[in-house]
Design a protein around this ligand. Structure first.
Ligand code: TXA
Ligand code: MG
Length: 315
């Protein structure tokens, strides 16, 4: 899915980053807005361009395990095993931060979220220079999974956008931390609790993996991932009436349904793209029908995003 890596473009991007600029970078999760961690002007520009509040920390990207040494002092064995198994890939690990990581990046927290991306372009840039990157969307909006999405988020920014094809996973990375022999999933993603448990089961049988409340992860606001028109989640049997919509404070009667299909991996890949497309078709609101069997595993990540995207949820 990802287009081949283009070293001239990577050189150009690294030049911009070197000079304290920012660049939109493709990753296997979603596109990111990258700035070098040792260029405060770049980090400030990222927050400004996104309209992101300063209490929401950025994820730091590395290309090789050895680069972790610059970001944190010690990595607990449990997290070392998890990183060996899932990096490069869609997993962010929260660790105690070193001096090299500014409070601006971590929003004042003593920890830093680190990820080693699998996408060859993002990984090559990270090998050359450690960069911080949030998703390349305006604050509260749906994350971009193509270069075109990034362009439409920031049409006038004169931003260098590297086209690396459609993001393979389509949802942001799983975020975990490790506190008191418990691995907490702070943001569910395409690395699931079940997968992490199975990696730990042999060497660390007493370590628990739990789904943490959204309060544990800064920036996991209730209103997030918002499409341009309202979205409602209903059960299979709910009938959509004008009166119901009016009760929910939704104007207009023209609905359009987001077809979920049966495969959460395929759905994740197209979810944000579909939300953008459906918002542009002239309907008043988007309807999502949740079936009882759509839960556990990858579905956790899907519902985590859709429930935050929703204006209303009718069980
Ligand atoms: O897949 C991804 O992670 C993408 C690509 C670009 O790598 N990035 C991404 O970044 O989704 P962003 O900024 O949209 O999400 C960052 C979230 C924060 O809102 C927070 O929930 C969590 O990651 N996070 C980052 N640093 C943290 C920390 N020190 N402690 C707890 N949570 C943290
Ligand atoms: Mg984001």
């Amino acid at each position: 899915m990802s287009t081949p890596i283009n070293s001239a473009v990577i050189d150009q991007a690294c030049g911009v980053l070197e000079r304290g600029g920012i660049v939109a970078v493709p990753t296997e999760t979603v596109y990111g807005l990258a700035g070098r961690i040792d260029r405060p002007e770049a980090i400030r520009a990222i927050f400004e361009l996104k309209g992101r509040p300063l209490f929401d920390p950025l994820i730091v990207h590395i290309g090789e395990p050895v680069q972790l040494g610059a970001l944190t002092r010690d990595v607990p064995e449990v997290l070392a095993l998890i990183s060996e198994r899932f990096w490069p890939g869609p997993l962010t690990i929260v660790l105690p931060k070193s001096e090299a990581v500014s409070d601006l990046i971590t929003a004042g927290f003593p920890t830093v979220g680190v990820r080693m991306p699998l996408h060859p372009t993002a990984r090559e840039i990270a090998r050359r220079m450690i960069f911080a990157a949030p998703s390349a969307n305006r604050f509260t909006r749906v994350s971009p999974t193509t270069a075109e999405h990034v362009r439409s988020e920031f049409p006038d920014a004169g931003l260098l956008i590297i086209d690396g094809g459609e993001s393979e996973h389509g949802l942001e990375s799983t975020v975990i931390d490790y506190v008191g022999d418990v691995v907490r999933i702070l943001r569910p993603g395409m690395i699931t609790a079940e997968q992490i448990e199975s990696v730990l089961s042999e060497r660390f049988p007493s370590t628990k993996v739990i789904s943490a409340s959204s309060a544990a992860a800064p920036g996991q606001l209730k209103e997030h991932y918002r499409p341009a028109i309202p979205l409602v989640i209903v059960s299979e049997s709910t009938s959509i009436s004008a009166a119901l919509m009016k009760d929910l404070g939704i104007q207009g009667e023209q609905s359009i349904e987001l077809e979920l299909g049966a495969d959460p991996i395929l759905l994740a890949r197209r979810l944000y793209s579909d939300l953008r497309t459906l918002s542009d078709l002239g309907a008043d609101f988007i309807v999502v029908r949740k079936r009882a069997d759509m839960q556990g595993g990858y579905w956790n990540a899907i519902w985590n995003r859709l429930e935050r995207a929703a204006t209303a949820i009718i069980p």
